[in-house]
Design a protein around this ligand. Structure first.
Ligand code: NOJ
Ligand code: CA
Length: 701
């Protein structure tokens, strides 16, 4: 089926870590001093990155574990506390001292079944250290890469420890010279989950924020705090306790506990990406490297690709999800979309509003959704057969409106039904205010949970693993943030988790020109996003209307390259593509699976330029693509083409803003031109206000 066929790949051929002498890796300082209870030996262990530019120090100098981080010899994270607090046992932190350590050195690479690059290099120095208070012990595992650090806690089974409830995590991030740092952030624990416009403020002005939390020091060093492998644990948000001191603030259960677990658990990795400049953050694989290898085995059934959908019409109010005259999800309309998709090389058609339960106020009443009963004007068997004949798949949709118990009850049957009709990808949705996810507990009592608490972290993963059993991939909307779990569960193919295109139809306010130039350095560090680019009718209600797309048309094209996702939607209505067939060609051509990706230039929130090489596909991996986008400021960017293969000629098919273009008054002023170039050339990109350039480099030799 178009657009790609995929060969099985071996995943994660990592060599086993070498055990190396701890002295080769760490510098051990032991200092004896006298306390009332006698002589105590404090230890400091140092782990260097392979290129020696990052240093993490772990110490118990203050009679508790603390760490600090240096970059190019300068402190970037000052001494920061480590530890956890348990309901029954109190603090695992104060009075826990450094015991035995085990150092490792890894230099390997592993292969992704799909991704923004095929091969990922995992090169790091690791250290596992026991911390003990004489009665209990736990471990801190540390990994230091050239692009940042990760650490996690491990609490093994020991003695009487069984069920454990975590009431607090003590992890701190004490930012060096925080009073001169600038941060880009969205608030945590808000009603709109992750769907906020980003704020840019001095770091000391933040309150409680989501991760990835990106900031820049005065000397230009860029960092982003996040987490990797969030499984069976609550999401970490960051709470500024005192100026510059951010503490891990775990999203609680409805009963106030943070995490319900058992001895023998490990926390997600706490991560800090560290780079000399903004693009350094984008060229990092830290988060993926800190996730477990693929647990699903052969995943050739997970297919990247492009899709269209009965979707934007509902957001524009031309159609309805519910039944009636304007019902979007009809057999007739789905066939029309399938025809258009087949004619234009799209792999699938998403259909929302096909199942009963949308009538009335679906935002607040997910209990009435059926995930198996279709509206009478939607004939699932007929549509599936029609699509199979055309080589276009139906993409499924399950909106839960946050009533997860209702979804759980029907999940098996719902996925079975889709499997039966050849649906291999399902978009799920959890529209409900933050803190208002509705579940019925074992005693029949209704509880309200956060989207990013432990309960929902488990619920999202449950849907992914259940779907995997039927070879179905999941694209989660209103999701838990991404923490790189696509490595372990490659059928978790994409997700939302930020303001997407939909806000331009009805958001108050809609996305501003710097939204996507900020997303690239914040949300996108977590993983792929189903942003749904490609709107060509940028202002259906007129250029002066509040709700419109605040970009030029070619910026919409460039987003396909800039905002990585293995599935990309052509989000607009077919009739709007028919008006610009020349520009639509780029959306038809652009792949969604990449051999490699390079962020070439940019500044957080201002602009970004990405180059990506096609993986396999129509060009058999020889074509490259470039996407450049800017904020409200027009700008000229000179780009070296030395990422291209030397001694090869390429036809650069350039889709750029016209000379008079600007997003406010002339968003449709664009030029398409071609030029023959090679790796020695430079290109000057001229971007209009909230404009963009999209280029296909078609290999000629
Ligand atoms: C919110 C999702 O982000 C959007 O894509 C979808 O159309 C609606 N929910 C309805 O499920
Ligand atoms: Ca949404």
């Amino acid at each position: 089926m178009p657009p790609f066929t995929k060969k099985p790949v071996k995943q994660d051929i990592a060599q086993s870590p070498k055990r190396i002498s701890s002295l080769a890796l760490t510098l051990l300082l032991s200092i004896g001093f006298i306390t009332s209870s006698g002589i105590v030996t404090a230890k400091t262990l140092v782990v260097n990155s392979p290129n020696k530019q990052i240093q993490l120090e772990l110490t118990d100098d203050n009679q508790r574990p603390e760490y600090r981080v240096l970059f190019h010899g300068q402190p970037i994270i000052n001494s920061s506390k480590l530890g956890l607090v348990f309901q029954s046992l109190g603090e695992f932190g104060a009075e826990f001292l450094i015991g035995d350590s085990h150092a490792t050195e890894v230099n390997s690479k592993w292969q992704q079944p799909w991704g923004d690059r095929e091969w990922v290099i995992d090169k790091h120095h690791g250290l596992s250290t026991q911390l003990s208070n004489g009665k209990y012990h736990f471990y801190v595992d540390i990994k230091v890469f050239d692009d940042g650090i990760g650490f996690r806690y491990r609490v093994p089974k020991q003695g009487v420890l069984e069920a454990l409830n975590i009431t607090q995590e003590l992890t701190e991030f004490s930012i060096a010279q925080a009073n001169k740092a600038t941060a880009w952030w969205i608030p945590a624990r808000g009603w709109n989950r992750y769907e906020y416009l980003y704020n840019k403020t001095p770091l000391t002005e933040i309150d409680r924020v989501h991760t990835p939390f990106t900031f820049k020091l005065e000397n230009g060093v860029h960092m982003s705090i996040h987490e990797a492998a969030l499984v069976d644990y609550a999401a970490m948000t960051l709470d500024q306790r005192r100026d510059g001191i951010l503490r891990a603030d775990l999203t609680p259960w409805s009963d106030g506990l943070k995490v319900k677990t058992h001895a023998g658990f490990s926390t997600p990795w706490r991560t800090i990406q560290i780079a000399d400049n903004a693009t350094g953050l984008l060229n990092s694989d830290l988060i993926l490297n800190l996730n477990e290898p693929n647990k699903l085995g052969d995943v050739t059934w997970v297919e990247p690709g492009k899709y269209m959908g009965i979707w934007w019409g509902m957001h524009l109010n031309e159609n309805t999800w519910g039944s009636g005259d304007k019902h979007g999800a009809t057999t007739k309309e789905t066939k029309r979309y399938m025809d258009f998709a087949a004619d234009n090389g799209f792999a699938g058609v998403l259909v929302e509003g096909w199942n009963t339960g949308w009538d009335g106020s679906w935002f607040h009443n997910g209990d009435v959704f059926s995930f198996t009963e279709t509206y009478p004007d939607f004939d699932l068997p007929e549509i599936a057969a029609y699509g199979a004949n055309k080589g276009v798949r139906l993409i499924g949709h399950h909106e839960t409106s946050g009533s997860v118990t209702n979804y759980r009850k029907q999940m098996n049957e719902a996925y079975d039904l889709y499997e039966k009709y050849g649906v291999t990808q399902v978009k799920t949705g959890y529209v409900a205010d933050g803190g208002d996810i509705k579940r019925v507990d074992d005693n029949g009592i209704i509880r309200h949970e956060w989207h990013d608490g432990q309960f929902m972290v488990n619920e999202y993963l449950h849907s992914v693993t259940e779907a995997a059993k039927r070879h179905i991939s999941i694209n989660t909307h209103e999701p838990i943030k991404d923490t790189g779990l696509r490595r372990t569960y490659p059928n978790w193919i994409s997700r939302e988790g930020a303001r997407g295109q939909e806000f331009n139809a009805w958001g108050t306010p809609p996305n501003n020109p710097s939204h996507t130039t900020t997303l690239a350095y914040t949300r996108m560090l977590a993983g792929p996003m189903d942003f749904t680019p490609g709107i060509f009718d940028l202002a259906p209600k007129g250029l002066d209307a509040v709700n419109r797309v605040q970009t030029t048309l070619t910026k919409q094209l460039a987003l396909y390259v800039v905002l990585y996702s293995p599935i990309q939607m052509a989000a607009d209505l077919p009739r709007n593509y028919a008006k610009h067939p020349d520009a639509f060609k780029f959306i038809q051509d652009v792949p969604t699976d990449w051999q490699q990706s390079i962020a070439l230039a940019g500044e957080v929130g201002e602009y970004v330029v990405f180059a990506r090489q096609e993986r396999g596909g129509k060009s058999n991996g020889s074509d490259w693509y470039l996407g450049a986008i800017t904020d409200d400021n027009a700008r000229i960017i000179e780009i070296d083409l030395d990422f291209l293969e030397p001694n090869k000629r390429y036809e650069a098919q350039i889709y750029r803003d016209g000379d008079k273009a600007n997003w406010r008054t002339k968003p449709y002023d664009y030029v398409i031109e071609t030029q023959v170039i090679n790796a020695k050339d430079k290109l000057t990109l001229s971007l209009a206000s909230s404009g963009g350039t999209a280029i296909r480099f078609k290999a000629l030799d």
